[in-house]
Design a protein around this ligand. Structure first.
Ligand code: PMP
Length: 299
């Protein structure tokens, strides 16, 4: 998908025009996927554009760097300041998508973790890109989510996303919008690039963090919203057959918000979004008013 970009980026420690932020073809991360990234969204709040859960996103990046052992001196306060400075320089608006990446930046040729690392950040204008009216149609992928014993999905490692790319490619070739991935045990993990919830009998169910998921920040927010609204939430292993019998299924993620699912494989789930999905969507939309502390102002 191609979106409008903002004119400035962070590259090698400085704010530069986006077209000057260029890496060598010899860059180690380009060959071996040794990097981790984030995806952060800007909302319209009563006090102007607000970056949603910026500290949580930075903390997830810090954890990823630690898990993978990157030789990168992570300074959360500095990264936050850099992102805010870039946001001001770009004069960003609501619906901006912020993409930070920490990658192995040296040009030595070997798939090693030891090496030099750098932070880069760029920004896009990202309007909603799924058809929310009709829901999305997904298949259950024949590709399994990569195991945390191989490439931990919780780290948002760049190289791990070949797994999502394969699932999306298969889904598109079969005429679906996206895919659901099962973990190595055959339980439901998540969407190719989104977390997933089922709603049934007045409660929400979502695959637990030991189901090889990325622990999404939207997922965490939905769990908080549901608990506040007294909707019971179960975080547990979810078997594939539960998907077909669930009253409602929806996906969630920074880029895709909350997206209801109308069809899985050849089974129609429903023709309209279900009542729990609608309730969660409404509560999610109220966050800029109800929970202003979740947004970092850019001014
Ligand atoms: N799972 C995967 C594999 C993802 O790439 C994403 C998008 N970052 C998500 C879930 C949703 O996570 P978040 O709500 O933090 O954007």
């Amino acid at each position: 998908m191609q979106f409008e970009t903002y004119p400035y980026a962070i590259f090698e420690g400085k704010i530069v025009p986006l077209e000057k932020a260029q890496i060598s073809i010899m860059t180690n991360a380009f060959h071996y996927g040794v990097g981790i990234y984030g995806g952060i969204k800007v909302f319209d709040t009563p006090s102007g554009p607000g970056i949603f859960r910026l500290d949580d996103h930075i903390e997830r990046m810090a954890k990823s760097v630690k898990i993978l052992g990157f030789r990168y001196e992570f300074d959360a306060a500095r990264i936050k300041e850099d992102i805010l400075n870039l946001a001001r320089k770009n004069e960003i608006k609501p619906q901006t998508y912020i993409r930070p990446i920490i990658y192995r930046s040296d040009t030595r040729i070997s798939p090693a973790i030891e090496g030099d690392y750098s932070l880069a950040v760029y920004m896009l204008d990202m309007p909603p890109y799924y058809n929310y009216e009709n829901g999305i149609r997904v298949n259950i992928s024949s590709w399994q989510r990569n195991s945390s014993k191989a490439i931990p999905p919780r780290t948002k490692a760049t190289g791990g996303y070949i797994n999502s790319a394969l699932a999306i490619d298969e889904a598109k070739k079969l005429g679906f919008d996206s895919a659901i991935m099962l973990d190595q045990e055959g339980n439901v993990s998540e969407g190719a690039v989104m977390n997933l919830f089922l709603a049934d009998n007045g409660k929400l169910i979502t695959p637990s963090s030991d189901s090889d998921i990325l622990e999404g920040i939207t997922r965490k927010t939905i769990i908080e919203i549901a608990k506040a609204a007294k909707i019971p939430v179960e975080e547990r292993k979810v078997s594939k057959d539960e998907l077909y019998s669930a009253g409602e299924v929806f996906f969630c993620g920074t880029a895709t918000d909350i997206t209801w699912c109308s069809q899985i494989d050849d089974q129609t789930l429903s023709k309209t979004r279900g009542p729990i999905t609608v309730r969660i969507e409404e509560k999610f939309a109220e966050l800029p008013i109800k929970r202003p502390e979740l947004f970092t102002g850019v001014k």
